[in-house]
Design a protein around this ligand. Structure first.
Ligand SMILES: CC(C)(COP(=O)(O)OP(=O)(O)OC[C@H]1O[C@@H](n2cnc3c(N)ncnc32)[C@H](O)[C@@H]1OP(=O)(O)O)[C@@H](O)C(=O)NCCC(=O)NCCS
Length: 145
């Protein structure tokens, strides 16, 4: 992809990410997003000025690296739409497993992943720092496509 295009997308994605995630340490910088998008195994789905998902795909396994919808567009089915589109893309390229991890207190995301048929298969204890003294678990989820 043209460098100018991915740099501009990285800036857009970073803005959406920073508005969507409350916790400072979970926000992705545009430099970090740029480094992801330069990787040939990483791709994205973008709903213009509303939200996006970045995912990787290696051989038959995909991973949702992050997804974010601007707060004013949340709970309107855009996350569901993006993940349904992702499944369509993955099944076309015969990528038949998709993994993700989600903070155990992220009830909206967990509801969405459950609804789409993701199953929990493990926990990373104290994976995310909420504050200096508080850490929360990450739930590992996967789905066969
Ligand atoms: C998580 C996120 C990507 C979901 O996208 P979205 O477009 O808001 O999702 P949808 O509208 O498709 O679905 C949201 C679902 O959560 C439900 N929901 C809303 N509040 C909820 C709550 N407190 N507890 C449980 N479910 C809740 C909605 O009712 C909806 O389910 P339904 O369609 O069965 O009614 C989006 O909210 C977001 O960007 N959050 C901040 C960043 C983030 O957490 N990213 C994911 C990291 S793993």
């Amino acid at each position: 992809m043209e460098y100018k295009k991915i740099r501009s997308l990285s800036e857009k994605f970073a803005k959406i990410h920073s508005q969507s995630f409350n916790q400072k340490n979970l926000k992705y910088s545009s430099e970090f997003i740029l480094s992801l998008l330069k990787n040939p195994n990483i791709s994205y789905i973008y709903k213009k000025n509303k939200g996006f998902c970045i995912f990787s795909c290696n051989e038959k396994e995909a991973e949702i690296i992050t997804m974010a919808i601007l707060p004013k567009y949340q709970n309107q089915g855009i996350g569901f739409l993006i993940l349904t589109e992702l499944e369509g893309i993955l099944s076309e390229i015969s990528c038949n497993k998709v993994f993700l991890e989600v903070a155990s207190n992220n009830l909206i995301a967990i509801h969405l992943y459950d609804k789409l048929g993701f199953k929990s298969f493990g926990i990373r204890k104290n994976y995310y720092s909420v504050s200096e003294n508080k850490k929360i678990n990450a739930i590992l989820m996967k789905k066969k496509i």
